[in-house]
Design a protein around this ligand. Structure first.
Ligand code: ZN
Length: 226
C-alpha cells in the first residue's frame, strides 16, 4: 500500500468512527488524558485545514504555514470543541473534504515541491499523505469508538513506530530498549520487548501500558511521544 492509500483508508475509518458517535459521546473521554472526543475531532478538523494549507503552498509557491502560530492552533481547537456535536461533525467532514479536493487538484509536478511542517521540517508535498495518515489512524483509535490498533494497516503501524523512534532520537531521549514487532526491530540494548505490531504501536505512542507485550521483567518507562 502507498501512503496515499493509507490516507484514503484512514479517512474512511475516521468517518466510520465518527458515524458511530451519538451526541452524548462528544463530551465523553478520549484515550488522550487532556482531551474529550470533541477536542480530538476539533484537532482533526484543524489538522486537515493545516495540511490543505501545505498543498496550497506546494501549488502556488506562496509560503502558507500549517498554522499561523501555536496559540492560533489551540484557540481554533477550543472554538471548534465548543460547537454543538452536529456543527463539529460538519466541520470535520468539511475540512476533510477540502483536503481531499486539494489533493485531487494538485498538479503532478507540485507533489515534489518543498513545504515546511509546523515542527519546522522541510518535506516534499507528498509527505502530507503520511502526516494525515498518522493523524487520522491514531486519533480514530483515540476516539474510543470501536477502532483499535488492530484495525490499522501493518504498514502504518510500522511507519508509526519508525517515527516515534526517530523523534526520540532527534530529541536525545531514546530509551534503552530493543523492541520486536511483527518482523521488525527498533532500538538497541536494554531489555527486549516483543509483541504484535498493534501492541507495540499502542505502547510506544503512549496509548497503552503495554498490554499484550512480552518482556523479561517490567517494561521500561518510555518518554512521551509528541
Ligand atoms: Zn494529532
Amino acid at each position: 500500500m502507498t501512503a496515499r492509500e493509507w490516507w484514503a483508508g484512514g479517512e474512511r475509518t475516521l468517518g466510520t468512527a465518527l458515524g458511530r458517535l451519538v451526541e452524548a459521546d462528544y463530551a465523553g473521554a478520549s484515550l488522550l488524558p487532556d482531551w474529550d472526543r470533541a477536542h480530538v475531532l476539533a484537532h482533526l478538523a484543524g489538522n486537515a485545514d493545516a495540511l490543505t494549507n501545505l498543498l496550497t503552498w506546494a501549488r502556488t509557491g506562496v509560503e502558507t504555514p500549517m498554522y499561523p502560530s501555536a496559540g492560533a492552533r489551540d484557540a481554533e481547537i477550543a472554538r471548534r470543541a465548543a460547537l454543538s456535536p452536529a456543527d463539529l461533525e460538519a466541520e470535520v467532514l468539511g475540512s476533510t473534504r477540502r483536503l481531499a479536493d486539494a489533493v485531487a487538484a494538485l498538479p503532478e509536478e507540485a507533489w515534489t515541491a518543498e513545504v515546511r511542517t509546523f515542527q519546522g521540517r522541510t518535506v516534499p508535498a507528498t509527505e502530507v499523505f503520511w502526516i494525515r495518515s498518522r493523524e487520522v489512524w491514531v486519533h480514530a483509535v483515540d476516539l474510543d469508538a470501536g477502532v483499535g490498533f488492530t484495525d490499522v494497516p501493518d504498514g502504518v503501524l510500522a511507519a508509526l513506530v519508525d517515527e516515534v523512534f526517530a523523534t526520540w532520537t532527534r530529541q536525545g531521549v531514546l530509551p534503552e530498549v530493543t523492541v520486536f514487532g511483527g518482523d521488525r526491530e527498533w532500538g538497541a540494548g536494554g531489555p527486549a520487548v516483543a509483541g504484535s505490531l498493534a501492541d507495540v504501536a499502542g505502547w510506544v505512542t503512549g496509548r497503552t501500558a503495554g498490554e499484550g507485550l512480552r518482556c523479561d521483567g517490567p517494561l521500561p518507562a518510555l518518554p512521551r511521544w509528541l
